[in-house]
Write a protein of this length. Sequence first.
Length: 94
Amino acid sequence: MNELFNVTLTGALLDDTPREKALEAFAKLFKLSLEDAEKTLARAPVAIKKNADEKTAQAFGHALTGAGIGHRIESANAAAAAPPVEPVAVPPRA
């Protein structure tokens, strides 16, 4: 099985990138309004690309670095292989 990756925004800006410049670049990259770009960055950490092949994940990472946006690329396979979470019983309301 080929390894897949998730690209996640961290919400940080790189190398003292001015916030307005980073927002404009991010908005242009993803064809968003400045308002939507700001909302997306404010929700960080947020995955912007899931289950991508390595080449695609690296391309996203390169574009985000160029825009001055902090991100991380993580294996999606490891998250999928994580053990399931045990359900918690919630007592009925009286």
